[in-house]
Design a binder for this molecule. Structure first.
Ligand code: FES
Length: 122
């Protein structure tokens, strides 16, 4: 079981939810299921409104998950994914700090998910 803690200035306090094995979808789906208002528009990795910062809370944190082509382009255009960070994700399995909540799956690890509440703003 993984604990996902959502943190944002628009939340009265941090909210931790549990993601059970076999019941995992995207971070955006988990947020919506728990009434956590991460902005979203396209849900296809193209608008960038669901930008989040993900921090591992365990020393052995989550492995990098493959980024979709839409996500690579959107994060690169927004200045959140450099070629170096992408190479580390793809070659060294080091997760990039910024992801799109509609494109990343809930990992089997405890993480902190930060978002501003404004579309596309960290
Ligand atoms: Fe548009 Fe996630 S909702 S990129």
């Amino acid at each position: 079981m993984a604990t996902v803690t959502f943190s944002s200035p628009i939340l009265p306090k941090d909210i931790s939810v549990y993601a059970v094995a076999g019941d995992r979808g995207t971070l955006l789906a988990l947020a919506r299921k728990n009434d956590i208002p991460i902005p979203c528009q396209c849900q296809d990795g193209q608008c960038g409104s669901c930008l989040v910062k993900i921090t591992a809370l365990d020393p052995n944190g989550p492995k990098a998950q493959a980024l979709t082509e839409h996500e690579k382009i959107t994060l690169s255009v927004n200045g959140k994914l450099s070629k170096e960070i992408l190479a580390k994700a793809e070659v060294e399995d080091i997760p990039p700090p910024y992801r799109l909540a509609c494109q990343v799956w809930v990992p089997d690890a405890n993480i902190l998910v930060e978002f501003s509440g404004e579309p596309g703003v960290e």
